[in-house]
Design a protein around this ligand. Structure first.
Ligand SMILES: NC(=O)c1ccc[n+]([C@@H]2O[C@H](COP(=O)([O-])OP(=O)(O)OC[C@H]3O[C@@H](n4cnc5c(N)ncnc54)[C@H](OP(=O)(O)O)[C@@H]3O)[C@@H](O)[C@H]2O)c1
Length: 440
């Protein structure tokens, strides 16, 4: 074994993911080394607090508080950025890449905000940036898009990319429970962060959608350029209405490209999916992604989208790929992400080109003529009503009107919402959900 080359790995961050990587890497190390023909050494680990109690114990001599020193240590070839955020994480990622190292990251927020700079730096200095764990945790969706489906163009990709939201929606539906009490329970069980905004308002899903859109279409789309809507205004009544109409409700990322006009839309919103759709039946903290390629047809990926073990599985896969790249063994068939062909030329679809069917719930005064006034606003914006359900509302002297529309476009629907909210007979801000017609 003395002749066997050694590849040293530095872990920046030893929290949920970092400890999972250490635990599972240590267990499978011999097998991985045999496959690669190298020795792999988890050499140094950076944390914020040296004395913190941790469930995974490591020799104290391996620990440091200087993450940048780990990233730039000349004896380390693979740096894992498992700190999170976009400050120190960006700094140490770029520092390591400038030295030609490979960086493995689980950090979707960093990639979404600084991906272009990171990939350009990796390319310029001959290193690699690997990010399998950044989207859908343990599901190898990055590898699927980048390698397995490389022959395809992708008219649409959609799926559940945030386990916290899927857990909350599943509980609301199954327990007939309101959002706030389910969220509080999710926090108690550790499924939701103390500050839940990033998850429930759709931003975490938008970061991941941005990464997938770039991989599939070679274009960076920032969350500010997307329609991003969260789950916090959905009520148990919406699940009942959806069920009557034959649907379930999921928070989806939708990445759609029309190859005839070459327009791309990237959106995150709660979506009514037909009850027979496989993704409509994925519950709890699981993630699920449907990828339609023009050559392969539709492929589906379901699994744990977060958590220590699933995320460690993806990080270790990237460590092994990085080691293989260093050995020269895999570079022939694993294209560096930064050399993705510019399959673009595609532009973002304007709102008047984004079309779908809508579900609209209005809390209105329970009096004659209200439905006619609502219908007249919708007609003015050329929104055609497909169905109407009227239920008693939770507010006294009010009714809940649920309307579905035929295909309409986003700009007309936004104007309709604005005008409906101005009607004296509409008592609360309307709730708008999209209906997913994905034909698979
Ligand atoms: N958790 C998941 O299920 C999951 C899933 C997919 C992707 N991710 C991504 O993985 C990354 C890590 O997530 P996590 O859940 O493992 O986070 P975490 O549990 O909060 O761990 C963060 C680690 O970074 C260390 N750290 C923070 N600031 C530091 C500094 N200035 N210098 C050195 N070390 C510092 C912390 O040190 P101390 O331990 O001393 O505080 C901790 O060990 C994030 O980008 C996250 O989005 C997480």
């Amino acid at each position: 074994m003395s002749q066997t080359p050694v590849i040293r790995i530095g872990l920046c961050g030893f929290g949920t993911v970092g400890q999972g990587v250490w635990k599972h890497f240590t267990r499978s190390r011999t097998e991985l080394e045999n496959r690669l023909g190298v020795r792999l050494e988890l050499h140094r680990v950076a944390v914020r607090k040296l004395r913190k109690a941790r469930s995974v114990r490591i020799p104290a001599a391996r620990l440091t508080v200087d993450a940048l020193a780990v990233a730039t240590d000349p004896s380390i070839q693979i740096v894992c950025e498992l700190i999170g955020g976009t400050g120190l994480a960006r700094e140490l990622t770029l520092a390591a890449l400038r030295l030609g190292k490979s960086v493995v990251s689980a950090n979707k927020a960093l990639i979404c905000a600084h991906g272009a700079e990171i990939f350009a730096t990796a390319h310029r200095h001959g290193g690699h940036f690997l990010f399998e764990a950044s989207v859908a945790g343990g599901i190898p969706i990055i590898k699927a898009l980048r390698e397995g489906l490389v022959a395809n163009r992708f008219p649409h990709i959609y799926g559940i990319l945030n386990g916290t939201c899927n857990y909350i929606l599943t509980q609301m539906e199954e327990q007939d429970a309101p959002y706030k009490s389910v969220l509080a329970e999710a926090k108690r069980m550790g499924y939701a962060e103390a500050d839940e905004a990033l998850d429930v308002q759709g931003w975490d899903t938008a970061h991941k959608a941005s990464v997938l859109a770039w991989l599939a279409h070679g274009v960076w789309v920032k969350p500010a350029q997307m329609v991003v809507e969260g789950i916090d205004r959905i009520t148990p009544a919406d699940f009942k209405n959806a069920a009557v109409l034959g649907y379930g409700i999921k928070l989806l990322a939708v990445i759609a490209r029309d190859f005839s006009s070459d327009e791309l839309s990237v959106r995150v919103h709660p979506t009514l999916l037909p009850v027979g759709n496989v993704i409509a039946n994925v519950s709890g903290v699981f993630n699920a992604i449907s990828v339609t390629g023009d050559v392969v047809g539709t492929t589906l990926y379901i699994g744990r989208g977060a958590g220590q073990d699933a995320t460690a599985s993806a990080v270790i896969s990237d460590i092994v790929d990085a080691a293989a790249l260093l050995r020269g063994g895999k570079s022939a068939y694993q294209p560096a992400a930064e050399t993705l062909p510019a399959r673009n030329g595609c532009r973002l679809a304007p709102p008047e080109h984004i079309k779908c069917r809508y579900y609209l719930r209005l809390t209105v005064r329970d009096q004659p003529g209200v439905l006619a006034r609502v219908a007249s606003v919708m007609a003015r914006h050329h929104i055609s009503i497909a169905s109407v359900i009227q239920n008693p509302a939770e507010v006294a002297d009010a009714a809940s009107l649920v309307l579905t529309t035929h295909q309409s476009h986003e700009r007309a629907m936004r104007s309709t919402l604005r005008d409906l909210a101005r009607l004296a007979s509409v008592l609360e801000r309307p709730v708008l959900l999209r209906i997913g017609d994905f034909n698979d």
